[in-house]
Design a protein around this ligand. Structure first.
Ligand SMILES: [Zn+2]
Length: 395
């Protein structure tokens, strides 16, 4: 016997959830269906609080509840399930020249994707804010047609973002102290959250990836630059104190190559795509891209293999340092270039050596490395998940 409890069609999508409702919604989204009793136990809520939260979520259309007869003699159980399609959010990743958009449901499932060119930068290298807002609004209209309604927007970009709305430094757009959330809300009428792209990725991992098994973990992205995200005790760190410099420029080898800031042998010198390409191109007397290096290695080129091994070694040190400082066994490796290092023997050896116990010690942990090479749509999905968390009122 299954008795469905139907949502109230007059639901109000704008109301932020209470702490209890959010905890229940989050648990259902991340861990799947559960009884009120299970939820109370897992979330340390009283039965009355759990029931109140369940009723509110059903009322909002965000959860449904069914009576399931467990056995012929037992009492029927009320099982709560999230309704992922109750809300949809546009996620938008801004690069130097393109806005990548995806629409996601509450599970972070992508239901539609599109992209649009951003305005060209002016003579000072600045991309027009008004033009960018217009492009995002157009993507919102275009992708909004694919779902019953859009409930919010999450925007992610490289750089420093404050207060989930102001781009303090928009590295790739030439922006400084640009208020972005307000103008997009004005144009679209939707709640907007703006996030550093790696932070958005950390938020996505918190709900739908590494966060399912680890309450504390780090994210390293390898691509156009090195990026870092931190989740501590179930909370994503919104703004890094140093924009990742303390890790990106950690010394690896005092005889190594020089990074763009002039450090000899820091991690960035080995892993920043621009730094690597500049150095290799200068040595070769022609333009050599990171992708060329990967291709050359596959074709048996020893120089390319050595260069990528050196980079993998630097990445191994970076992972070990990050994990040690954060005191987590879990590091997520992501980004456009990370596939080049997945399963690297050199990287594994560096990490094993850093963990190696002394003569009278036992090894305390092994590292859990999760590698997720990313496309721009994956970055946009991270933005969408940050947008979902925003409309649900999650911290
Ligand atoms: Zn450096």
């Amino acid at each position: 016997m299954v008795i469905e409890t139907r949502p109230d069609p007059s639901r109000n999508n704008d109301r932020a959830l209470s702490a209890g409702e959010l905890a229940v919604a989050r648990h259902l989204l991340i861990h799947g269906p559960a009884t009120r009793g299970d939820l109370g136990d897992r979330l340390n809520l009283s039965y009355a609080s759990t029931s109140r939260a369940a009723r509110a979520l059903i009322q909002e259309g965000m959860a449904s509840e069914a009576l399931e007869q467990e056995s012929a003699v037992g009492r029927p159980r009320q099982v709560l399930t999230a309704v992922p399609t109750a809300r949809h959010v546009l996620g938008c990743k801004l690069t130097t020249d393109t806005a990548y958009g995806v629409v996601c449901d509450m599970y972070g499932n992508v239901t539609a994707a599109a992209r649009a060119a951003l305005p060209r930068p002016d003579s000072s290298g600045t991309v027009s804010l008004a033009g960018t807002v217009k492009v995002i609004a157009q993507l919102t209209t275009r992708l909004g047609r694919k779902v019953p309604s859009l409930d919010g927007i999450g925007i992610a970009l490289g750089g420093v973002v404050s207060g989930r709305s102001t781009v303090r430094e928009g590295t790739f757009l030439g922006w400084r102290d640009v208020e972005l959330a307000g103008p997009v809300t004005e144009r679209t009428g939707l709640p907007v959250t703006v996030t550093n792209d790696v932070t958005a990725l950390a938020r996505e991992q918190l709900w739908f990836g590494a966060g399912r098994s680890h309450s504390t973990f780090g994210v390293i992205t390898v691509g156009a630059g090195l990026g870092f995200g931190v989740v501590r005790e179930g909370v994503a760190v919104e703004e890094l104190i140093d924009n990742g410099h303390l890790l990106a420029h950690v010394p690896v080898d005092p005889r190594g190559p020089v990074c763009g800031l002039g450090h000899r042998g820091c991690a960035a010198a080995y892993l920043n795509r621009e730094d690597v390409e500049r150095r290799v191109s200068a040595a070769a007397g022609r333009t050599v891209t990171f992708d060329d290096l990967i291709r050359d290695r596959a074709a048996g080129d020893e120089d390319a293999a050595r260069l990528l091994d050196e980079a993998a070694r630097a990445l191994g040190h970076l992972i070990a340092t990050f994990a040690g400082a954060l005191q987590t066994p879990c590091i997520v490796l992501a980004g456009e270039d990370v596939a080049a290092f997945a399963g690297s023997r050199v990287m594994d050896e560096v990490i094993a050596d850093r963990l190696r116990p002394g003569p009278d010690e036992a090894q305390r942990c092994v590292l859990d490395l999760i590698t997720t090479p990313l496309t721009f749509n994956d970055w946009a999905r991270g933005a969408a998940v940050a947008g979902i968390q925003n409309i649900l009122g999650a911290v």
